[in-house]
Ligand binder design. Sequence first.
Ligand SMILES: [Zn+2]
Length: 110
Amino acid sequence: MLSHKVHVKRNDLVKVITGKDRGKTGKVLRIIPDKSTAIVEGINFRKKHTRANPAKGIQAGITQQEAPMRTSNLQVVCPECAKQTRVKHKPLEDGSKQRVCAKCGGTLDR
Ligand SMILES: [Zn+2]
């Protein structure tokens, strides 16, 4: 199943475990499963040059925008115990799987 490859989901709080933003936390805004990357709010900013587009009310200049980063560089922060954790998959009675915190067993899916 595709969802098994990516351990983080949209709206997860994640912590960056490597790279220039190491130690920062942010909320997952978007997952790009094909590339195993995610866009995380406030993390991995890249400067982007914007051309003026008066029709859309856009001014020329440099804006900062989050760039995708590899999900393997991210760890989920558990909403129950507030620790960064590995994700375990717990089978449910209906055959689906729930993501749970490897540290406290609390659910990561809301
Ligand atoms: Zn936990």
